[in-house]
Design a protein around this ligand. Structure first.
Ligand code: FAD
Length: 120
């Protein structure tokens, strides 16, 4: 098996903002790029819901589609309107990938997002 340190170092230094949440989207881990992109230090976001990044401008139907997909244990990719700690909005292209336990239940969600504001 690969050493845990390898996973940690590679994820930590990824240019993509990465977070790991519990099954209700409460943040358990966030990498350095997440801090840079969102403006939050990780100690501020640990235990909080990913909805802290919501600008309240993303249509409810998108969140419903997101949750319906990931509850079915399928990955979801889409674009959300997020808000940084400083109040500035950005377009986030987000992929959420469910992580299952040995019994096939949802254990974690892996969230990966980048700022695509300039591409739209
Ligand atoms: P919510 O109370 O979350 O409700 C919005 C809709 O989602 C409702 O229709 C509700 O029924 C449904 N819903 C919410 N929670 C559940 C659940 N546990 N099971 C089934 N349906 C549910 N949101 C962002 O805005 N920006 C992000 O960058 C972002 N990243 C995320 C990353 C991960 C890994 C995950 C799992 C979620 C992420 N979310 C993100 C979604 C976030 O958790 C919220 O659902 C969203 O921000 C809407 O929050 P809300 O409080 O406005 O509404």
């Amino acid at each position: 098996p690969l050493p845990p340190r390898l996973y940690f170092e590679t994820v930590e230094q990824s240019p993509v903002a990465i977070s790991v949440t519990d099954a209700k989207a409460n943040i358990l881990y966030a990498n350095a790029a997440f801090e840079v992109l969102t403006g939050y230090d990780r100690h501020e976001v640990l235990g909080k819901n990913q909805s802290i990044l919501s600008s309240n401008a993303t249509p409810e139907s998108i969140y419903q589609q997101l949750w319906r997909t990931i509850q079915r244990k399928r990955p979801w990719t889409g674009v959300l309107i997020n808000r940084r700690k400083d109040g500035e909005d950005y377009l986030a292209e987000l992929t959420i990938s469910p992580v299952l336990d040995a019994a096939g239940r949802i254990r974690y969600f892996l969230g990966m997002h980048r700022d695509v504001t300039r591409e739209h």
